[in-house]
Design a protein around this ligand. Sequence first.
Ligand SMILES: C[S@@+](CC[C@H](N)C(=O)[O-])C[C@H]1O[C@@H](n2cnc3c(N)ncnc32)[C@H](O)[C@@H]1O
Length: 375
Amino acid sequence: MIRIFPSLRFTSLLSAAKPLCSYSPAREPPASFTEAKSSPETNSLSITPKTPLFLRTPSHATSLSEVWKWHDWAKDLASSVEESSKNSEDVLDSVILLRELKWLIEDSIVDDPLVILHRSEISDNGEKNVKLRASLEELYDLWRQRIEKRRPFQYVVGCEHWRDLVLCVEEGVLIPRPETELIVDMVEELVTRDEWFKKGFWADLGTGSGAIAIGIAKVLGSRGRVIATDLSPVAITVAGHNVQRYGLEGMIEVREGSWFEPLKDLEGKLVGIVSNPPYIPSDDIPGLQAEVGKHEPKLALDGGIDGTDSLLHLCHGASRMLQRGGFFIFETNGEKQSKMIVDYMMSNDLKDCFSDLKIVSDFAGINRFVTGFRL
Ligand SMILES: C[S@@+](CC[C@H](N)C(=O)[O-])C[C@H]1O[C@@H](n2cnc3c(N)ncnc32)[C@H](O)[C@@H]1O
């Protein structure tokens, strides 16, 4: 099942930053994780990731008629909120809400969801007992949070369906977006064409839930190695948890720290760098859809005055960290921002660092990604 969440689409202006370019050694065989030293800095062991609703033990029970009552109430609330927000620019769509309600039922109720959704066609009597993964009281509360507080559905249920993965997410971690799936598709295409990329170290910078790192590790196969970094301790915890859930601890190492700082031991050794950094211009943050602006971490969204602070830093880092022939993909705010990043990489001290710079569009035809190779 694919659950679509509205994507972030904004345009921005580029600002100048001090360029820096250094040469990297020729292609080298990869080291193993034991040779690659982890950053000794702070770790996130004290944070416990939340269990998503669908993985909780069904330790609650109630009568079917009580669940029907809750379902009626939830549907009414969804319809009434669309009506009341009609004149607002940031309107809630009841069709989307009703789809989410169906998913909430699937994640929280053990019995066949059809007995709740199509009760008129079902002969079940209301006295039947239903097993739940959350108490009925919590279900009322969760739906109120979704509608009244505009809490994103993915935080309500604690997971997001992304590519072929179901990733745990919670407040403090960006909900991975559908367009970002294309990064993994592009890496898959590359490694299918050229086996060299399967054997070296990849870095996913600003890994969030670990979505891209996990997707890439799966396409690299057993010899692949990915280092996933993030500055946010919550992201590090959640990414580590997702890596563990997919049994990829031997292939993905999660390191806490700012961009390339936890990767000092891999300078000039990476075969690939991918990143979906914060790229929204600071002034656009207050105008974001409530679910995003009020609930998702600012650290994951705010790219500085014109949105390019992190992207420019990544351009310089890529020149230093990639092996010759190494590949990178950066997600951008789209359109102007992608073009500005390409122009930037072709100018100043970076002008002899990269080849085959390309702008790749997303599913919506927006020029979303910048890709290229280290010379
Ligand atoms: C747009 S989110 C992308 C998350 C994830 N890669 C995805 O695509 O769903 C940007 C991520 O960059 C992280 N981040 C922000 N500043 C950072 C920094 N200085 N160093 C490392 N990560 C950073 C944020 O915590 C966030 O997880």
